[in-house]
Design a protein around this ligand. Structure first.
Ligand SMILES: [Zn+2]
Length: 177
């Protein structure tokens, strides 16, 4: 959240395009903050993307492509093991697979698919936002409802902007109860 993940994904995919490799970017349909056929960073960088609901659609759309990218992976609706198996299948075929997503939900629990992919990936880069309270590196997403920490039983995934989530460090993060 606000760590520049999409910005970095776009930067890397631009390099792939400059290298004239066949590439395709996929973005979960659930994320409707921006035009559905593009990925867009908070700072306004944009690239054309294919909206998908499942990893099967990613696999179907990866024919004839050398490099694929999936933005906001934590929004894919499949079971975690299906997402991991799909990414592994594509990588085993020889594709370069770039994935961006949150590693933890607002309860500071790992998103299972991201946790497994971080273990299996050849390269992992953790990007950090800045804690809005103290200025340290933020590793967590504080979910706020009416300005108060969201209860632990709130639904995990809500697509939103500044009004719903804050980047916070471990010390400033308030545990949901
Ligand atoms: Zn802090």
């Amino acid at each position: 959240m606000f760590s520049g993940k999409t910005e970095e994904l776009i930067r890397r995919m631009r390099q792939v395009q400059i290298a004239r490799q066949h590439c395709r970017i996929f973005t979960p349909r659930l994320d409707t903050r921006y035009t559905s056929s593009q990925v867009a960073s908070h700072s306004g960088a944009r690239l054309e993307a294919v909206p998908v609901s499942s990893i099967k659609e990613v696999i179907a759309g990866a024919e004839g492509v050398q490099v694929i990218a999936i933005d906001e992976l934590h929004f894919l609706e499949d079971r975690p093991e299906e997402i991991v198996a799909g990414c592994q299948e594509l990588a085993d075929r020889g594709l370069r697979v770039l994935v961006a997503g949150l590693d933890q939900n607002y309860r500071a629990e790992p998103f299972p698919a991201m946790a497994q992919l971080m273990a299996l990936a050849e390269q992992v880069d953790k990007l950090y936002a800045i804690c809005v309270r103290c200025g340290a590196y933020a590793t967590r997403s504080q979910r706020l409802i009416d300005g108060h920490p969201a209860p632990a039983n709130a639904p995990t995934i809500v697509v939103g902007g500044l009004d719903l989530y804050e980047a916070r460090c471990r010390a400033c993060y308030e545990v949901a109860v």
